[in-house]
Design a protein around this ligand. Structure first.
Ligand code: ZN
Length: 128
């Protein structure tokens, strides 16, 4: 299991998002005001089953790492370090950017994220 998988299996999306947003439960999901585009009516939706979040207002979304990146304005790696420290996960000494393998992993991650975002949007559409 790589660092990203360890973090995502340990970090709870509700806990991570709740640190920045006060969430209200609606059905099986939680809603709150999006801290990214600073709104007054809640359009940020957290899905604890899928461990994902999505904002209907600005279209941002993803997993716990994406949330930390967006809200704290961190790089992918720094967001992972932040969550790893919080959840007591050992961080490898080398930054993934330092290795060719790491660069490939980051490129894959970005591609996955795009696909995931599309999937979430489609899912939200069909649930509405
Ligand atoms: Zn938003």
């Amino acid at each position: 299991m790589d660092l990203k998988e360890q973090i995502l299996s340990r970090a709870d999306i509700l806990e991570v998002v709740s640190e920045h947003v006060s969430l209200k439960k609606t059905g099986s999901r939680y809603f709150g005001c999006c801290p990214i585009h600073k709104e007054k009516t809640p359009s940020l939706c957290v899905n604890p089953q899928m461990q994902t979040w999505h904002c209907f207002g600005c279209g941002a979304g993803g997993n716990a790492i994406d949330f930390v990146m967006a809200v704290q304005n961190l790089t992918f790696w720094d967001a992972m370090v932040f969550l790893a420290k919080r959840y007591d996960i050992k961080i490898p000494e080398r930054r993934p950017e330092d290795t060719a393998e790491g660069l490939r992993a980051i490129a894959m991650y970005e591609a996955n994220k795009q696909a995931q975002r599309f999937f979430i949007q489609e899912l939200e559409k069909s649930e509405r």
